[in-house]
Design a binder for this molecule. Structure first.
Ligand code: ADP
Ligand code: MG
Length: 420
């Protein structure tokens, strides 16, 4: 991928933008870019430098992202809306062509890394609440104030404002291969979607290997594994976070793509092509919140004998949420591919209903009261009818978000203490 039209190879110490930014180490990469920690010599601070692949379509995507990040920054002068801040952007000419570069505020690990670090056990509910508050603050801002749909919300695209200290945990350094090659095939060819899907398939495979299949049986789906995992402490990590990656964002009244979102976080109306709006982000948020609590992806569809990934995805949704109302099931441009005229799936006939509160209790061993409360918060967010889903603002006001536990009270006292 490091060739014409592809990634820009960076060495530690390389200067950018006339020497203003000095590359320090690689932070991560996505399908379009590599992201480097850089030192900003003008402000004497660290920044994240997102260096886009050089080919025309990537440059186009970067311009698109810059447009959305600029809009987000312009409306949030106090930088309090939980959206990553764009500091600067410029062009950089290298051997592989001209690369658009974005200078972003430097953030910490993604929630995906946090989940992995915690060995897919799920986080404490108070930590989840704090993370959810940030995500919802960001979404409320994007939706209500800017009219923007993020379209690719998932744990990978939410970054902590602090870092997990690798010194405390040697295993974790292995999760952050700093000098590895970016993902992608050697010649940089192949469609972007292919690369994304491949990456996700690998991840889904891992998840599926862990999750005993919902459709098979409840027996054996116990939490045994988790008890044997060595406890690792996330104490002292500030769970504030920000939404990143605006490469797929769109305006609610000016949409670009029919197929949006990463597979596991994709809303039913996107699969059925019934049209979409802000509430697709709420669906992805719901999937993300579940994953934070349990460590498992909520839906990890895969194709099977005689049915495709989409149909499996719809089946998994209905096994958790109940039957999709007929009107919704048959109302999309793609409905006929999956549903008969009664609103039953064509190829997957026997569904095994396993509602959210029971799943949380039986498989994830949440105490009954906690499972019920969390399910009450999450179930409306996973409404099949997009217009019935609560808005980010409504979620922020939900009782589950505002639970007063002793721990919360302690944290608030500490905050007061620090501020005072
Ligand atoms: P892509 O659009 O190519 O997916 P992202 O914007 O998602 O790119 O960034 C890719 C990865 O780079 C992220 O998952 C994260 O690990 C890292 N990264 C991105 N932005 C920042 C930032 N502001 N601070 C620290 N790391 C970042
Ligand atoms: Mg990304």
């Amino acid at each position: 991928a490091y060739r014409k039209g592809g990634y820009h190879a960076v060495r530690i110490g390389d200067p950018f933008s006339g020497g203003r930014y000095i590359a320090q180490r690689k932070l991560g990469w996505g399908q379009f870019s590599t992201v480097w920690l850089a030192y900003d010599t003008r402000t004497s601070s660290y920044v994240a430098l997102k260096i886009q692949k050089s080919a025309q379509q990537f440059a186009q995507a970067a311009l698109h992202e810059i447009e959305f990040l600029s809009a987000a920054a312009d409306g949030d002068l106090a930088n309090s809306k939980c959206v990553v801040r764009l500091i600067d952007h410029f062009k950089h000419i290298g051997p592989n062509g001209q690369h658009l570069c974005m200078v972003l505020e430097f953030l910490g690990d993604s929630l995906l890394r946090l989940i992995r670090y915690n060995r897919y056990k799920g986080l404490k509910l108070n930590n989840v609440r704090e993370i959810c508050r940030c995500i919802l603050t960001g979404l409320d801002y994007l939706h209500r104030e800017l009219g923007m749909i993020h379209s690719d919300l998932k744990p990978e695209n939410i970054l902590l404002c602090s870092t997990i200290d690798p010194a405390k945990d040697p295993v974790r350094s292995g999760l952050t291969p700093l000098l590895e090659k970016p993902e992608g095939n050697a010649n940089g060819g192949g469609s972007t979607m292919n690369l994304i899907e491949k990456k996700l398939k690998r991840r889904a495979k891992r998840a599926v290997a862990k999750i005993s299949e919902r459709r098979v049986s409840m027996v054996g789906a116990t939490g045994e594994e988790s008890s044997s995992k060595r406890e690792r402490s996330l104490d002292g990590i500030d769970m504030r976070c920000k939404v990143v990656d605006f490469g797929n964002a769109c305006w609610a009244d000016k949409q670009f793509a029919e197929e949006i979102q990463t597979r596991q976080y994709r809303a039913p109306e996107v699969i059925l092509k019934s049209g979409y709006s802000f509430s697709v982000d709420m669906w992805s948020f719901g999937c993300t919140a579940f994953e934070l609590v349990t460590g498992d992806m909520l839906f990890a569809p895969k194709e099977g004998n005689g049915y495709g990934e989409d149909e499996d995805h719809l089946a998994l949704m209905m096994e958790l949420l109940g039957k999709m109302p007929r009107k919704i099931a048959i109302g999309g441009a793609r409905s006929k591919d999956y549903f008969d005229r009664h609103g039953d799936l064509k190829r997957i006939r026997r569904l095994k209903y396993w509602p959210l509160d029971r799943l949380l209790m039986d498989k994830y061993k949440l105490p009954e009261a906690e499972a019920k409360e969390f399910a009450e918060f999450l179930t409306p967010i996973l409404e099949f009818a997009p217009e019935k889903r609560p808005t980010a603002q409504q979620c922020l006001e939900h009782p589950w978000m505002n639970v007063k536990t002793m721990e919360n009270v302690d944290a608030q006292m500490n905050n007061l203490h620090i501020k005072g």
